[in-house]
Design a protein around this ligand. Structure first.
Ligand SMILES: Nc1ncnc2c1ncn2[C@@H]1O[C@H](COP(=O)(O)OP(=O)(O)OP(=O)(O)O)[C@@H](O)[C@H]1O
Ligand SMILES: [Mg+2]
Length: 267
């Protein structure tokens, strides 16, 4: 049996007294687009940081294509990651930003220039590649970050809120690129988002996370059908998380700060 793209077993993580991830079991099928949904503070980013080897995991807790994440270098070669905090350098051109990631992620020197061109092309930024990223719109910056994550031809693309703070057209543009790359390469995509319609439209399966635990998991159709005939994914989300979805004490301000930070960076 081939190993799934991602397998988590009883995943746990705490920051001091805060239990961020509280026993998560997860299997992500190869070639699928998997959405991890949940309110602020649910534990999505912590889970993703463990999967991408940025936070430590105990032996056997996470495998990526059958490789234990404790083998950090081997796993990093399989992964492209767009973090929640923006990572493009506004003083560098689009091409320089992508080239930097190509070096960081060990793209062989001989094929590097071609890989950078292909990544820029795949997100529709080839024409503006010589402009500094500081002159890009928010949607262009997000697509540039996607190119950074794609330049090493990862088998698993991990995107933490790739469309936050973008207008609807820019959001659709980011998804279009993700879907195109997935169709072209068969790569697996793990994405977090707060936008339920996006998850409904673009994810093969979703998991609803709340307070460190997965409350339900399935195709968007399954989760909606479990609530009722007219239910939206947001209804399923509310049913899974209870009515305290918006209260998230202490998390509200964090989110406001995060959106402001994104807004500032995006100009
Ligand atoms: N570096 C850290 N130090 C201390 N606590 C943290 C840290 N990172 C996250 N936490 C806490 O862990 C919990 C889970 O946070 P996490 O960032 O994983 O949530 P999230 O689901 O990604 O939220 P959001 O939707 O706001 O991005 C929260 O209670 C958060 O305050
Ligand atoms: Mg997060």
């Amino acid at each position: 049996m081939t190993a799934p793209a991602v397998r988590c077993r009883d995943l746990r993580y705490g920051f001091g007294d805060t239990i961020a991830v509280d026993g998560v079991d997860l299997d992500i099928e190869r070639g699928s687009v998997f959405g991890l949904l949940g309110p602020n503070g649910a534990g999505k980013t912590t889970t993703i940081r463990m999967i991408t080897t940025l936070l430590p995991a105990p032996p056997g807790a996470i495998e990526v294509f059958g490789v234990d994440v404790r083998r950090k270098l081997a796993v990093r070669r399989l992964i492209g990651y767009v973090p929640q905090q923006l990572s493009a350098d506004s003083a560098l051109t689009g091409r320089e930003n992508v080239a930097l990631f190509a070096r960081l992620f060990d793209v062989p020197r001989a094929g590097r220039a071609d890989a950078v061109d292909a990544a820029l092309e795949s997100v529709g930024l080839a024409d503006v590649a010589e402009r500094t990223a500081g002159t890009y719109s928010g949607g262009m910056v997000r697509r540039l970050e996607l190119a950074q994550a794609l330049v090493s031809s990862p088998r698993l693309l991990v995107l933490d809120e790739p469309t936050i703070g973008l207008d609807p057209i820019a959001r659709a543009g980011v998804w279009e690129r993700i879907e195109q790359v997935r169709a072209d390469t068969g790569m697996t995509v793990l994405v977090t988002t707060h936008y339920m319609e996006e998850a409904d439209k673009h994810c093969d399966r979703v998991a609803l996370m709340h307070r460190g635990r997965l409350r339900s998991e399935g195709t968007p159709e399954e989760l909606k059908a479990a609530i009722g005939p007219e239910a939206t994914l947001e209804d399923a989300f509310r049913a899974a998380t209870g009515d305290d979805l918006d209260s998230g004490a202490g998390e509200g301000m964090r989110n406001v700060r995060a959106v402001r930070r994104v807004a500032r960076r995006l100009g």
